[in-house]
Write a protein that binds this ligand. Structure first.
Ligand code: GLN
Length: 451
């Protein structure tokens, strides 16, 4: 049924970069056979899923939305891919994304944009716009995203779906192509809070192959999702998460959500987190710095594309020609920015200062979580914008992640879930819930209470 749905709508939506028809059907049949034989089935047996094209899959190409990896079929499965297979999930294919997960609209994909199923002329968010669009268009009931600065939560918000950025280290990064290693985090995308929890539990947990993976039990997310409540909880509202640039209808739905939380028995606490105003600036030094280092491996020798290797050129020239042809504008912009920020003489002023701001943000969260159990905010300042509107204005594009970035810098957990439609344009609005590190279960407890 999902493959038929993909056939019917994906030409217009363009959620998928690769559809694994044969593999999906074979997997579904294998689940049936197991069931008939009375064998133990995984917790998500037979449930179809759309996988962001940033996780390695040994039976499918992995492009990361880039020409530089076109045609590359990895020799191994990411830990997350392996866990999905062990849970008997049926992987339908790989979803579209901004190149190397850099963007907020999926327009930076080298393979063309994805449409928002609510209005195909608008963006489905990014970088994981393929995954959010697959959910919103009913092409898949579950999907996987990655969130470096908001790429799970912002697409969820603008497509009326649910997305969770787990605590940093909660889901393995082994086999997840690196953008900014200290911020990148894979996580679940779904249409309901409970679905997200079931997927979260299937992909989370310690992995010795990832040195930053947390060696502790997975927070009880499914139990929390089944027992939604905010009775007696202290919920923080941060004053820095509103003001100029926020759409009126977004703030209206957010204020209503706060009223709902109150009526369900939560106490609302106003919080001041002054360092959050600097989060975007710090992020756009740290993320490009790590990107410039991580992307150095695409040297035309190891993977995918190789340009100009005609026997007359040096290795350096082939590398330069390949990177020139294989990377898009946003990736180049970030490699240049990051290389500059890390260069001798500028390191302390840029990268060093950004790291200090990062510490201040972590401290603001620590102080906040002494007073509250969770924090709520709008997920994004606006609803889905038209395709093309911010394509030539990187600063306007970067503003889409104003509310999501602080969480990545601090490493704690956050969810976006739908909280109604903005009255002025009838498009979905996202409510963000933020919890301390390793308290991901609180997201689900609160989320399922207000869903
Ligand atoms: N939009 C942000 C960026 O462009 C975040 C991307 C992400 O979370 N992968 O970097």
């Amino acid at each position: 049924a999902h493959l038929a749905r993909i056939d019917a709508v994906d030409e217009k939506v363009h959620a998928f970069l690769h559809i694994d028809r044969e593999g999906a059907l074979a997997q579904a049949r294998a689940v049936d056979a197991k069931r008939e034989a009375g064998e133990k089935l995984g917790p998500l047996a037979g449930v179809p899923l759309a996988l962001k094209d940033i996780f390695t899959t040994k039976d499918m190409p992995t492009t990361v939305g880039s020409k530089i990896l076109e045609g590359w079929v990895p020799p191994y499965d990411a830990t997350l891919t392996r866990k999905l297979r062990a849970a008997d999930v049926v992987i339908l294919g790989k979803t579209n994304m901004d190149e190397f997960a850099m963007g907020s609209s999926t327009e930076n994909s080298a393979y063309g944009p994805t449409g928002n199923p609510w209005d195909l002329t608008r963006i489905p968010g990014g970088s994981g716009g393929g995954s959010s669009a697959a959910l919103a268009s009913y092409e898949a009931p579950l999907a996987i995203g990655t969130d470096t600065g908001g790429s799970i939560r912002q697409p969820a918000a603008v497509t009326g779906t649910v997305g969770v950025k787990p605590t940093y280290g909660g889901v393995s990064r082994y086999g997840m192509v690196a953008f900014s290693s200290s911020l990148d985090q894979g996580g679940p995308c779904a249409r309901t809070v409970l679905d997200a929890a079931l997927l979260h539990e299937a992909i989370a947990g310690h992995d010795p192959m990832d040195s930053t993976s947390i060696d502790a039990p997975v927070p009880p997310v499914v139990e929390a999702a089944r027992n939604g409540s905010v009775e007696g909880m202290r919920v923080g509202v941060v004053k820095q998460f509103r003001g100029e640039g926020y759409q009126a209808g977004v703030l209206k739905r957010f204020d209503e959500s706060v009223e709902l939380l109150k009526s369900l028995g939560a106490t609302i606490v106003e919080l001041d987190c002054p360092s959050f105003d600097l989060a975007l600036s710090a992020y756009y030094l740290i993320a490009p710095s790590e990107c410039s280092s991580n992307l150095a491996r695409f040297d035309a020798m190891r993977y995918g594309l190789r340009v100009g290797d005609d026997g007359t050129r040096s290795a350096e020239d082939v590398t330069a020609l390949t990177r020139e042809a294989g990377f898009g504008d946003e990736v180049k912009r970030r490699v240049i920015l990051g290389t500059y920020a890390l260069s001798s003489g500028y390191y302390d002023a840029y990268y060093g200062s950004a790291q200090k701001v990062r510490t201040l943000i972590t401290q603001d969260f620590e102080k906040a979580f002494e007073q509250v159990d969770v924090i709520v905010s709008p997920t994004t300042p606006t609803t889905a914008f038209p395709i093309g509107e911010r394509a030539d204005d990187p600063m306007a594009m970067y503003l889409a992640d104003l509310c999501t970035i602080p969480t990545n810098l601090a490493g704690n957990s956050a969810m976006s879930l739908p909280c109604g439609l903005a009255p002025e344009d009838g498009l979905p609005v996202g409510l963000q819930i933020i919890a301390p590190a390793m308290k991901d279960d609180r997201l689900y407890k609160v989320g399922s209470a207000v869903e």
